[in-house]
Design a protein around this ligand. Sequence first.
Ligand code: SF4
Length: 548
Amino acid sequence: MPSPFDYRRRSTVTVRVGNVTIGSEWPIRVQSMTNTDTNDVERSAEQCLRIAQAGGEIVRLTAQGVREAESIGMISNLLRKQGCDVPLVADIHFNPRAALAAAALAEKVRINPGNFVDPARKFNHIDYTPEQYQAELDRIREALLPLIQICRDHNTALRIGVNHGSLSDRIMSRYGNTPAGMAESAMEFLRVLNAEHFTDVVISMKASNVVVMVEAVRRVVRAMDSEGMRFPLHLGVTEAGFGEDGRIKSAVGIGTLLADGLGDTVRVSLSEPPEDEIPVARLLVDYIAGRKNHPEIAGTLCRGYDPLCPPPMRRLSVDGKQTPVVIASATPEEITGSMKPDIYADRLAEIYDQLLVITPDNINIPGSLLAQLHELAESGNTLPVVVKVTYGDTDPQTLQVKAAADLGPVVMSHLCDGIWIEAPDAPAQDTVVQTAFSILQAARVRTTKTEFISCPSCGRTMFDLQKAVKDVQAATAHLTHLRIAVMGCIVNGPGEMADADYGYVGAARNCVSLFRNRECVKMNIPQEQAVDQLVELIKADGQWKQPT
Ligand code: SF4
């Protein structure tokens, strides 16, 4: 595992995806995914073109079956005729035949180890004998061999794309729904590919829970290192949502791993038009790549610290507030929204003797802050420590992405007691305070608002997901104790919304099913009634609160 104080990319092999190369010797690539019906070849090609024109270097399309895989071939032909050579990736779930067809037509095929060979999970616990478990692994090998051969014949790359929400019953039975299970799910497939000397492979470990996603990637890297594998990594936070929350959640997760030197291609998944994802991904990647060759940072991890298993978050009291706190440079008059900072800076002088404020002294902001936090922890410091970073940005989105990428890894280390973002040129100080609270929430150390989990939609979505997200949010944004998911399809949605309390899931054209945890409680409701019925369900469960 690379040093958290030293920004240096992990060394990988190079993987060629059409005319794009992925790996540590190359720039970090940005990509997106269409949300059109893949069989609507013209509309899909138009959307691919828009993504490419926005700067997307790779475009993924869903391929539910062989017909969609063949449509990707037609989309490719249409794009090439228009002079667009962006590589296309077929996204496969549950259908090895679609993967075999796509491998001859697309530049890359993504398969999900949770459902490539294994059937849809039933949440059954199965006790395998070692022989039975080995027989399952043999089945994976048998299914992969023909795919590897077609990929070799057509110079097609593979992505082994693990999702927290779709681990197989086999993996869940042995490892649970855990980052360790995610890592092993990938490793089972990688061992076969490695043994066959097939190295055009990229790996992803995605979750909507940023902490799970970060740990899963760190674990799979540790596992690969121990088995001598150097496959590149695709990073992304699934179902990140939209707007400020989607950007901050993605920047905390992806930014934390990029700061480790991990990640060779990224997708920022937003419930927005796919081309809107590209500038966010580009901003994040360029901002972190700017740390290259930073002045050296002296530091060592404090004794016993393991990034895979950080200590519990510090819970010291700052000015009578439970930490982690949010401090703001703004005055009370400048904060007009409902979200107030815990402490205004002009009050700090009264309590300063109780508080250490540290600031970065290196272009590698998280590296500098983490080095100081580890030194303080090693010295046995018992005073609360707040990290303060100042930004000169005027654009709120730029500020959100930079602050989340810098402070995400710091907060996720669990070694500080609060954050203080200073942005004197920001157009509204409310945004600065909200950004700080959103970073703490994305890092799962403090919850102050409803957490919305929503997928970006894809060719499987049969209703207006972006409108649904906005409608659900308008009705439930005051329920700060809940996690609510809006998912585009019944095939992957229920699994991938992972730890949501309630789910609004597309079931058929313009029809929605409602879930409580993982249980479907209302099926096939017309979309126009679904928000009201969701509210009724939350009320019937005694979870409703009146907006204040
Ligand atoms: S959950 Fe959303 S993004 Fe995932 S497969 Fe279904 S519609 Fe597509």
